[in-house]
Design a protein around this ligand. Structure first.
Ligand code: FAD
Ligand code: NAI
Length: 475
């Protein structure tokens, strides 16, 4: 006899566990299935984000930034610290502790909300009168029946054709977060978000880092002015980023990994490194779902096809997060999870794709929301632009972190904010004000008229808003 639920959620990453909690809050009887195992075989909830993504990468970024500060910035504050050493094993162990705290926190949250958790793989058996039969295999062995199903099975790292990840020499994000000693030479393929964040971690710890990027432009999705400013900072840090690179044969030898590649000038070169991280994007994960058993439709990329409401081609089956179209971001997955649970309860859950913020957690941080200047030009939209450099911000000077700027774009006629782009200190936090403003369809004048605390980095946002109207006060 199968256990019956109103909703079965497959996957306990940010999309799945949040959807499960919200559905339970709305009075549904919810099951959540996840197969991720920790080092002792127990459940490790939170998906890619918690186990091998957002959380562990930020833990390593924090540790490596402390190390960098101790070596390079303490002295200017009058602090002398000689012989500063990094114990990589301890840094990685701390990261593992942070991950475990999050894993356990999510399990607690499911219990608190009376969501039944099953540790194992969930796969479709068949569609029946009462809904969908889902088999769980693994630590839990059960057959469940759900009136409705939410698929939140996430994504996996994309490998280069013919070069599978061995997580020893050729690393995905998983292996990249478990490197046990500082590699003398580190290679990365792809200067996207993971390439820059992981490259920064190991560069700060002393690796010679080379990133081979296929495209001729740096961070093509980012506002050009911001990307240019960020590139200057990364060049200064010694992150070697080769644009327009064509990667050829990759060989693993006793001494490490050798990568044959051709540079933008067409010269054939060889890059020899101790470890190679391949960060060329991610592919949706539907392995193990047995999608064919119920006729679930996938697109040519392997993503589950959904409409604007996250409904699949099957009645009562929804899909959210990395396994569907749209940006592969934890907060996007969460918003979709909440919206789907609310739609199931007859409410009007909504995700505004235009106000999903992006953050790259390098130093300086890069964050943006809305449209870039290039997108506005292509769309033929008349706009005004205002920028303000952190160099002229008192708090940034006190912090000793004056790289970058805030750039605000507003409609030429209505003054509605169309996009905000930040490169600089705490851009990840500063962007929230801009997201709120855009959600409320604020004008740049609205931000300019709001009292911002002094001294604070957020004054740079206010000044960028004043700059839209050509009336900055501090620059
Ligand atoms: P996932 O988090 O991938 O979760 C899917 C879950 O489903 C997994 O636990 C998996 O085990 C489980 N599963 C899959 N199939 C089955 C099955 N058949 N049965 C049972 N369980 C199954 N995003 C940000 O917003 N900010 C960041 O700073 C950030 N940093 C990142 C850093 C790295 C290195 C990486 C790789 C990603 C990062 N991301 C970040 C992206 C973020 O991790 C993803 O967008 C997010 O995890 C997607 O959530 P999800 O719930 O869709 O899928
Ligand atoms: P990405 O899409 O950010 O970057 C991939 C890069 O690899 C691109 O610049 C692309 O041009 C390049 N590339 C692709 N094929 C190539 C090839 N054969 N040779 C050379 N270059 C090639 O993907 P990434 O960095 O793997 O990250 C995956 C996703 O994970 C991100 O898109 C993002 O959604 C998420 N993520 C989010 C983070 C955040 O929010 N801070 C942090 C890390 C990941």
């Amino acid at each position: 006899m199968s256990k019956q639920f109103d909703v079965i959620v497959i996957g306990a990453g940010p999309g799945g566990y949040i959807a499960a909690i919200r559905a339970a809050q709305l009075g549904m009887n919810v099951a959540c299935i996840d197969e991720w195992k920790n080092s002792t075989g127990g459940p490790a909830l939170g998906g890619t984000c918690t186990n091998v993504g957002c959380i562990p990468s930020k833990a390593l970024l924090q540790s490596s930034e402390h190390f960098h500060h101790a070596n390079h910035h303490f002295a200017e504050h009058g602090i002398s610290a000689s012989d500063v050493k990094m114990d990589v094993a301890k840094m990685v162990a701390r990261k593992d502790t942070v991950v475990k705290q999050n894993n356990d926190g999510i399990l607690y949250l499911l219990k608190k909300n009376k969501v039944s958790f099953f540790h194992g793989r969930g796969s479709f058996v068949k569609a029946g009168d009462g809904g969908y039969e889902i088999k769980v295999t693994g630590a839990s062995e059960e057959t469940l029946l759900g009136k409705q199903v939410i698929i939140a099975t996430g994504s996996n790292a994309r490998a280069l054709p013919g070069t599978p990840f061995d997580e020893e020499n050729i690393l995905s994000n998983d292996g990249a977060l478990r490197i046990g000693a500082v590699p003398k030479k580190l290679g990365l393929i792809g200067s996207g978000v993971i390439g820059l964040e992981m490259g920064s971690v190991w560069r700060r710890l002393g690796s010679e880092v080379t990133i081979l990027e296929g495209l001729p432009t740096f961070l093509g999705a980012v506002d050009e002015q911001i990307a240019k400013e960020a590139k200057k900072a990364f060049d200064k840090q010694g992150l070697k980023i080769e644009l327009g690179a064509i990667v050829g044969e990759i060989k693993i030898g006793k001494a490490g990994v050798s990568i044959a590649w051709t540079n933008a000038k067409g010269e054939a070169l060889l890059l020899e490194v101790d470890k190679l991280i391949v960060s060329i994007g991610r592919v949706p994960n539907t392995t193990g779902l047995n999608a064919d058993a119920v006729g679930l439709k996938l697109d040519e990329r392997g993503a589950i096809v959904v409409d604007d409401l996250c409904q699949t081609n099957l009645p009562g089956v929804w899909a959210v997060g990395d396994v569907v179209r749209g940006p592969m971001l934890a907060h996007k997955a969460e918003e979709e999870g909440v919206a789907v649970a609310e739609r199931m309860a007859g409410q009007h859950g909504h995700v505004n794709f235009n106000t999903i913020p992006w953050v790259i957690y390098t130093s300086p941080e890069i964050a943006w929301v809305g449209q870039t200047e290039q997108q506005l030009k292509v769309a033929g939209r008349a706009y005004k632009s205002g920028t303000f450099p952190f160099l002229a911000n008192g708090r940034a000077r006190a912090l000793g972190d004056t790289t970058g700027m805030v750039k605000m774009l507003a409609d030429a006629t209505t003054d509605e904010i169309l996009g905000v782009h930040i490169v600089g200190p705490m851009a990840s936090e500063l962007i929230s004000e801009c997201v709120v403003a855009m959600e409320f369809r604020a004008s740049s004048e609205d931000i300019a008229r709001i009292c911002h605390a002094h001294p604070s980095l957020s004054e740079a946002t206010k000044e960028a808003a004043l700059a839209v109207d050509k009336r900055t006060l501090n620059f």
